[in-house]
Write a protein that binds this ligand. Structure first.
Ligand code: GLP
Length: 247
């Protein structure tokens, strides 16, 4: 399927972050109470740094903004230094004027995963839906923690991580040993993500080139979860030269 995915190819990874931050800052300027979806991983770290810079230097206010994060490791509570709640607090929320109660990160230590996931979906609906969702991509094409095989209409749920993903997240950047990586996570579904009005996926580096080629030019198939964005009406991939090298 030749999809609708728009491509913005930048010279460097730094430029990807600057461009992505611009897109989010523009949305927040035009919709001060925007509902924003966020991602974790190494790729968006610099985008968050840029947004914090824009907040500081230009006074961009997040006081009306509500956020929803894609996913969280199952079994980690928000105080754990590898939890995605901790990541978001330290990388972004603590540096801007967002109201902590407007930040939604799934609770990896909830007593009932299904109730936690249901409540997350209900809060997205109650907020009026997501204006823009920032995404990364795994080397196997996953988005959030939707591993290959995830259905196009999947909703927020408890999922198992693939060996590839466990390996990728224990390469020293996050967990130092694969044995420490939780085997499961709570993840927004592909259906949940596809309902956002706008999607922006970031990818940098040669390690992502195959996944990007499959997402953009491969078949529309759960075998590559990110290919299931091909028919979204407003989806842009912001890539560096390396990530775009197999297109
Ligand atoms: C994890 C996250 C994804 C992220 C992916 C890639 O699996 N759940 O949301 O896109 O890692 O991360 P990185 O940017 O570190 O390559």
């Amino acid at each position: 399927m030749a999809g609708n995915i728009k491509l913005q190819i930048c010279e460097t990874a730094d430029e990807v972050s600057v461009e992505a931050a611009k897109v989010f800052a523009d949305i927040i300027r035009s919709i001060p109470d925007a509902v924003i979806g966020l991602a974790t991983g190494s790729t968006p770290e610099q985008t968050y740094e840029e947004l914090a810079k824009i907040h500081k230097s230009e006074g961009l206010s997040f006081s009306g903004v509500t956020t929803f994060n894609l996913d969280e490791y199952w079994g980690l509570n928000g105080d754990h230094d590898q939890s995605y709640r901790h990541f978001m607090n330290t990388q972004l929320f603590d540096k801007i004027d967002i109201r902590p109660w407007n930040t939604n990160v799934l609770n990896g230590a909830a007593s009932s995963p299904s109730l936690e996931c249901e409540a997350f979906e209900t809060r997205i609906l109650a907020s009026g839906g997501i204006d823009i969702w920032l995404l990364g991509i795994g080397g196997n094409g996953h988005i959030a923690f939707n591993e290959p095989g995830s259905p196009v209409d999947s909703r927020t749920r408890l999922v198992s991580l693939s060996e590839d993903t466990i390996e990728a997240n224990s390469d020293g950047r996050f967990f130092s040993d694969p044995a420490e990586v939780p085997r499961c996570a709570l993840s927004a579904g592909i259906g949940t993500i596809r309902e956002a009005r706008k999607l922006v996926l970031l990818a940098t580096g040669l390690k992502k080139a195959d996944a990007i080629a499959a997402a953009v030019e491969g078949p529309f198939s759960p075998d590559c979860p990110s290919s299931l964005l091909q028919d979204h009406p407003d989806c842009t991939f912001i890539l560096d030269q390396d990530a775009a090298s197999k297109l």
